[in-house]
Design a protein around this ligand. Structure first.
Ligand SMILES: *[C@@H]1O[C@H](CO)[C@@H](O)[C@H](O)[C@H]1NC(C)=O
Ligand SMILES: *[C@@H]1O[C@H](CO)[C@@H](O)[C@H](O)[C@H]1NC(C)=O
Length: 219
């Protein structure tokens, strides 16, 4: 009698234990790690950037079907810089300052970011950033990416250089009119070669590239 009772009582706890181990084992929780949402094929985002205390506002126009990506960079109380990237690897970085035309073009071996460029990122758990509860991933020690747990919109990302973006707006489906994607004539008038970057332009290029073009080649 005593034996039968302890036996029937013994099965239930071990079943529960089994279920607990099953649900909380590293293997099953790994499968439940969230993945970052792929980027929408077209969107407009306004980003506030902070790079060692240097602040910028960036209008980011991502257009995957159009094979193009645009960063319009407003330096705080300063110049506006246009960084236009084509999927064939060509980038134009220019200003539209009528008194001081500047344009550099670059030829990279990679195109713009693919919508699934975050695939394979390592999940780091949840953190609060900018007042939002976010899932956090890290990709190849290059970028830390924070996505709102509820809306799945990007909230924040940080490059290994310390350059950080805070996403202020994220407008899925927004597309910039075609004529705005036309680099100015002075991007085409001069001969394009490796030496055509004047000091100012290459400085600007450097700042922008940390945020955009360098990424795909590092992945
Ligand atoms: C920008 O980042 C620096 C650290 O690099 C920080 O000290 C500063 O408070 C930040 N500024 C803003 C406006 O977030
Ligand atoms: C890439 O495409 C852009 C836009 O059509 C064009 O201006 C540029 O010359 C192209 N680059 C190459 C290497 O074909």
């Amino acid at each position: 009698m005593g034996v039968a009772t302890s036996c029937s009582l013994g099965i239930l706890p071990s079943l529960l234990l089994f279920l607990l181990i099953f649900w909380f084992s590293p293997g099953s929780s790994k499968e439940q790690d969230p993945s970052p949402a792929p980027w929408p094929h077209q969107f407009h985002a306004i980003l506030f950037m902070n790079y060692s205390g240097i602040l910028q506002k960036i209008d980011l126009w991502y257009d995957w079907p159009g094979g193009r990506n645009f960063n319009i960079v407003q330096h705080q109380l300063g110049d506006v810089l246009y960084d236009l990237e084509w999927n064939n690897g060509t980038s134009f970085i220019y200003n539209l300052d009528s008194h001081n035309h500047q344009c550099s073009s670059l030829q990279l071996e990679v195109g713009i970011l693919r919508p699934n460029w975050l695939d394979g990122a390592e999940y780091l758990g949840q953190r609060h950033v900018d007042g939002f509860l976010c899932n956090v991933w890290q990709k190849v020690d290059f970028i830390w990416y924070y996505e709102d747990v509820v809306t799945k919109k990007p909230v924040h990302w940080v490059f290994y250089t310390g350059r950080e973006a805070h996403v202020m707006t994220f407008e899925v489906g927004a597309v910039l009119e075609d004529e705005k994607w036309q680099a100015p004539a002075y991007c085409f008038n001069k001969k394009v070669d490796d030496e055509n970057h004047n000091a100012d332009a290459s400085q600007l290029v450097d700042g922008v590239l940390r945020g955009s073009n360098v990424l795909p080649s590092a992945l």
